[in-house]
Design a protein around this ligand. Sequence first.
Ligand SMILES: *[C@@H]1O[C@H](CO)[C@@H](O)[C@H](O)[C@H]1NC(C)=O
Ligand SMILES: *[C@@H]1O[C@H](CO)[C@@H](O)[C@H](O)[C@H]1NC(C)=O
Ligand SMILES: *[C@@H]1O[C@H](CO)[C@@H](O)[C@H](O)[C@H]1NC(C)=O
Ligand SMILES: *[C@@H]1O[C@H](CO)[C@@H](O)[C@H](O)[C@H]1NC(C)=O
Ligand SMILES: *[C@@H]1O[C@H](CO)[C@@H](O)[C@H](O)[C@H]1NC(C)=O
Ligand SMILES: *[C@@H]1O[C@H](CO)[C@@H](O)[C@H](O)[C@H]1NC(C)=O
Ligand SMILES: *[C@@H]1O[C@H](CO)[C@@H](O)[C@H](O)[C@H]1NC(C)=O
Ligand SMILES: *[C@@H]1O[C@H](CO)[C@@H](O)[C@H](O)[C@H]1NC(C)=O
Length: 901
Amino acid sequence: MKGVQKPPLFLLLLHISLLFLLPLNAASSPRTQAEALITWKNDFASSPPSLNSWSLTNLNNLCNWTAIVCDHNTKSISQIDLSNFNISATLTHFNFTPFLNLTQFKLKGNNFTGPVPSAIGKLSKLTTLDLGTNLFSQEIPVQIGMLTELQYLNFFNNSLTGVIPYQLSNLQKVQFLNLGANYYLETPDWSKFSGMPSLTYLDFSPNSLDSEVPEFISKCLNLTFLDLSENTFTGQIPEVVFTNLGKLKHLHLARNSFSGPIPEDIGLISGLQHIDLAGNYLEGPIPSSIGQLKELKYLDLQLNLLNSSIPSELGRCTNLTDLALASNKLSGKIPPSIGQLRGLRHLDLSYNSLNSSIPFELGFCTSLTDLALASNKLNGELPLSFSNLKDIISLSLFANRFTGPLLPSLFSNWTEVVSLELEHNSFSGNIPPDIGRLSNLINLDLSRNQLSGSIPLTLGKLPYIQSLNLSNNNLNGPFPTEIAFPLLEKFDLSNNNFKWPIPDRDCLPTSVGNSDLCRDASGVTRAGNSKKTNKKFIIGVLVPVCGLSVVATTIALILMFHKKTKCALKKINSAQNFENFESMILQEEVKFTFGEVVKAVDDFHVKYCIGKGGFGRVYKAELLSGQVVAVKRLNMSDSNDIPAINLQSFENEIRTLTNVRHRNIIRLYGFCSRRGCIFLLYEYLERGSLGKALYGVEGVTELGWATRVKVVKGLAHALSYLHHDCSPPIVHRDVTVNNVLLESDFEARLSDFGTARPISANSSNWTHIVGSFGYMAPELAFTMRVTDKCDVYSFGVVALEVMMGRHPGNLLESQLSESSQSMKDNAELLLKDLVDQRLESPSNELAKAVVLVMSLALGCIRTRPGSRPTMLYVAQKLSARSLPSLPEPFGMLTIHKLMGI
Ligand SMILES: *[C@@H]1O[C@H](CO)[C@@H](O)[C@H](O)[C@H]1NC(C)=O
Ligand SMILES: *[C@@H]1O[C@H](CO)[C@@H](O)[C@H](O)[C@H]1NC(C)=O
Ligand SMILES: *[C@@H]1O[C@H](CO)[C@@H](O)[C@H](O)[C@H]1NC(C)=O
Ligand SMILES: *[C@@H]1O[C@H](CO)[C@@H](O)[C@H](O)[C@H]1NC(C)=O
Ligand SMILES: *[C@@H]1O[C@H](CO)[C@@H](O)[C@H](O)[C@H]1NC(C)=O
Ligand SMILES: *[C@@H]1O[C@H](CO)[C@@H](O)[C@H](O)[C@H]1NC(C)=O
Ligand SMILES: *[C@@H]1O[C@H](CO)[C@@H](O)[C@H](O)[C@H]1NC(C)=O
Ligand SMILES: *[C@@H]1O[C@H](CO)[C@@H](O)[C@H](O)[C@H]1NC(C)=O
């Protein structure tokens, strides 16, 4: 026992002599049992206070010891239940021999490590063996097969490896068998599995099983729960599963490699409540027999290759709450019968080829909270009945062929809506001012339509709006000054008919892709071109296949990782493992898997969404361990910003970032690429963003001058590291107050690398500007060329904003037109009037620090990229041991004076 002294020798002797005092009847077992337990306990690395009754002085009360149940007649131990006792120990020094009559042995939810000893096979009376949620490793001993009385066997969530012993199938009485979440358990010779006929619950998910569905399963006639998901099972889903397993309620086969059709007999199992076949290669039709499943609540067939129409019989499954058919090849119409599913909450038909209009009846599904019909060929106007969807939270209809106006009546009832994605359609007419009533709206995307008129002022009244995209329409009219754009994470009004102020012409390129006129003076280091050519060839061959098949992505990733062994990929040993969600956690210290994360966010349910950026959504995942991580989901097929050809370089980039370790940069734990989505896994910081701290309720009291300087300094160090210590240098491209997160001690952590790029000659290929309005360097509006000086500019904006307590909008504009009158006016502004008026003016050393930050920041927002300092320079200045003294008293300093420092 750590921290507890070993009993002195005389105590041990006392203990032994006391043991002999125990009653000698009952085959002398209580004594030896007590002895065995104490010996075992003394070996625990940590044992909880609750086990104090297990002691030398309490030998006569054996049957009253914690976690112990005695047999009434023999007075010897029949059950040990140490579930969730917070014990760190092994079973290696557990003497099984005195416990041959044990019927229950439960160690669930502790920190047991090491192997499961083969001596466990001696406990031939066991009916319950629960070793779940521990850290047991090595192989499952074949002797488990000797425990023929077992009814309940749980190995869930350990680190067991090796082949599942076929001897398990000797367990004729076992009803509950869970081998899930061991991840590396491998396929046995199933033909030796004679069967476990009593099984009602069987869970193999997730592991590394890669056979066809084993035959024995179809003989488990009493099965109600079957979970084979997140393995690499192949072949067809056998018809016999459905003809035989008539009692099945839960069928989970998701994220395997099943192919072929969904058996028509699926409709035979009338009690099915939950069917999850997502993420396979299933093709052919959705069987209309599913309509017979009256108890069905949850049907998930997404991410397959199903290519029929949606059977109207689905409308008979009136208990459905979740229906996900997304990312298949479904065509035809949305059957009006879906309107009968009055309990339906989530309906996802996106990424198919459906080509009808939306049936009026869909508006009868008044329980809908999430409706996703995006990326189909749906057409016509939105049915008026949609105004009934009063519970709708997320409506995603983008990338279809919808026409007609956005009728005000459609919006008036959607008071709960948080995300409205109507982009990339042919909606026309004005944006109805009623949109301003959707007071919960966080994300509004109406881009790429034919909307005209001006931006309704009501948009500026949406209290929670974070992302607003109205680009690529025919909007005109004045600048909507009511919209507090610094609070918006993403804001895009480009490609409309607005009369924007025309910025400096200096920076305009002579032709597209040639941005020589804008070359910065310092000369940015560029990644060598010679290596690139080779890579491009590989990409060129692989990428077209990637779009269709995960296997190809897998190969690409393997190639990529084999080239460099720098990343910790010890566990990845076969191509199949890439199919598993756990495979891309690149940090060794991370104790969870992607599979867990996906579960924690309920397969990316909108309720876990904590934000949406131009590149994808961010989800907050609370793992069972209590650890919280942030997951960013990037949808490549949907993004203009990651052209397919760049997939591999993007992945390379992420790999680089997982190696970035800096205390001012958020930790990227890893990534996973699956079916056109990239998932990035970050550390989650509870305090949230700098923007939240600046503008939230506690802004003033929490963010004093010293803290603000510290935050700016941290950010400068992060960017300096990315620009000057990484090879190739990395440009973040989206430095905003919302992408700087704060630790509990206000240490800044730069986050959101969804848009980050290594600087390379290819950067001029971007077809779409990324970044956030209000932070983007002015040259980006014309050149598409990304340099580290773009980050410097954004840093300057953020630094000013931190000091001013508001977005420095006017200052930036006056910088743009350097000769203008407003510039001259600004120059005479007093610094003391510019800084955040909510705080008292800084004095002494703090005044010096504030002046230094302000003068550096003003240098960073210079219009000409070449005249901005490097981040290295900024970081060094901010960290200098002594601060430059003030040229004038703080209260008299002007902006003009600062710019000269
Ligand atoms: C097990 O139980 C039987 C009777 O049920 C008894 O005879 C035997 O001594 C017990 N063995 C141990 C080790 O307790
Ligand atoms: C068993 O322990 C409880 C308290 O934990 C005590 O009240 C009871 O007297 C004990 N029984 C015996 C037989 O020692
Ligand atoms: C396992 O051990 C770790 C570290 O020793 C501890 O933080 C954790 O609480 C333990 N977990 C359980 C379930 O005992
Ligand atoms: C679990 O045990 C560890 C020591 O190994 C201790 O630090 C921790 O506080 C314990 N947790 C609980 C919940 O008792
Ligand atoms: C299946 O379940 C029924 C009813 O619960 C039970 O009578 C029967 O023995 C079970 N069959 C097997 C093989 O366990
Ligand atoms: C539907 O679900 C309800 C409760 O959730 C249940 O009472 C009912 O039996 C189920 N089946 C049908 C056909 O409605
Ligand atoms: C809003 O929904 C209610 C039903 O909840 C419906 O009666 C009403 O007509 C709807 N409002 C509009 C403007 O359609
Ligand atoms: C798996 O076990 C670990 C501890 O070993 C625990 O933190 C985690 O919550 C468990 N996961 C599940 C899904 O129960």
